[in-house]
Design a protein around this ligand. Structure first.
Ligand SMILES: Nc1nc2c(ncn2[C@@H]2O[C@H](COP(=O)(O)OP(=O)(O)OP(=O)(O)O)[C@@H](O)[C@H]2O)c(=O)[nH]1
Ligand SMILES: [Mg+2]
Length: 240
């Protein structure tokens, strides 16, 4: 009776919302701090190194937990991870591509790892979303987009540490740079990781943080080396 009920509950309710990722595609997971404008309200502005370090440590932990993770890119309160399953014919996909597992477990592991290195009386939360991208060039564009966002965010963070919200309202990017220069500040002279974000990638079998990443759009070889190319299925795989 209990087994029958369990089977029916799973079939009628759990399985109804079971969504699986397609195989042999690029999978991107982005994790983002929930309401971090308030979680970070007492932290150093414009750039809190301890916050970035804790996000990096959480990303290193998640990279080592997720099957098929290639690298991760982080900026502000977010980290994006690239997963692939096509390097070997039977390479597994994390949780067999079960979307609910992927987003819930990635968010909870990242949150727990973040709060281990960043203890606070405030509760930190992170959301997670997963997307599938079929074209390699679009994966590259995804990471170019996040890095453009990093630069825009860091300029805004620097400007808002020296000017009020009202003073910055409706000001163009060029004008924000000018306003900073008027106070003797130069965004270009800020640290590379603050302006461009950080990458976690595997070097000599260990996940490591790169704080000196290039501008992806200028040095295409950096991302190119991190994003694998898909293998076409062999005729044997096609016929099986
Ligand atoms: N003080 C400080 N705040 C930071 C730093 N990095 C990120 N933040 C904060 O993190 C926020 C991230 O913005 P969003 O992710 O767009 O917004 P959010 O408040 O987290 O809201 P949701 O993501 O929609 O839940 C920024 O607005 C900053 O306030 C930092 O180095 N120092
Ligand atoms: Mg956020």
């Amino acid at each position: 009776m209990k087994d029958d009920l369990g089977r029916r509950m799973k079939r009628d309710y759990e399985d109804a919302l079971r969504l699986s990722l397609p195989r042999r595609s690029y999978v991107v997971i982005r994790i983002d701090g929930r309401a971090f404008h308030s979680f970070t309200s007492d932290l150093e502005r414009p750039y809190c190194r301890a916050l970035a370090d804790a996000l990096d440590q959480a990303a290193v932990y998640l990279c080592s937990e997720m099957i098929g993770c290639r690298f991760a890119y982080g900026q502000s309160d977010e980290y994006s991870f690239l997963l692939t399953d096509f390097e070997k014919p039977d390479a597994p996909l994390w949780f067999d591509g079960n979307v609910q597992k992927i987003v819930s477990v990635s968010a909870s592991l990242f949150t727990a790892a973040f709060q281990r290195t960043f203890p606070s009386t405030k509760i930190a939360g992170f959301d997670s979303r997963v997307m599938v991208i079929s074209q390699r060039s679009e994966v590259e564009n995804y990471f170019l987009w996040r890095q453009l966002d990093a630069s825009a965010n860091s300029l805004n963070m620097l400007a808002s540490a020296h000017y009020s919200h009202a003073e910055l309202l409706h000001q163009s990017t060029a004008r924000k740079h000018e306003m900073l220069h008027e106070k003797g500040l130069n965004w270009a002279k800020q640290s590379a990781d603050f302006k461009r974000g950080r990458v976690v990638r595997k070097l000599e079998r260990a996940w490591q943080v790169d704080l000196e990443i290039p501008i992806f759009n200028r040095d295409r070889s950096y991302l190119d080396a991190l994003i694998p190319s898909p293998e076409l299925p062999s005729p044997i795989a096609l016929s099986s």
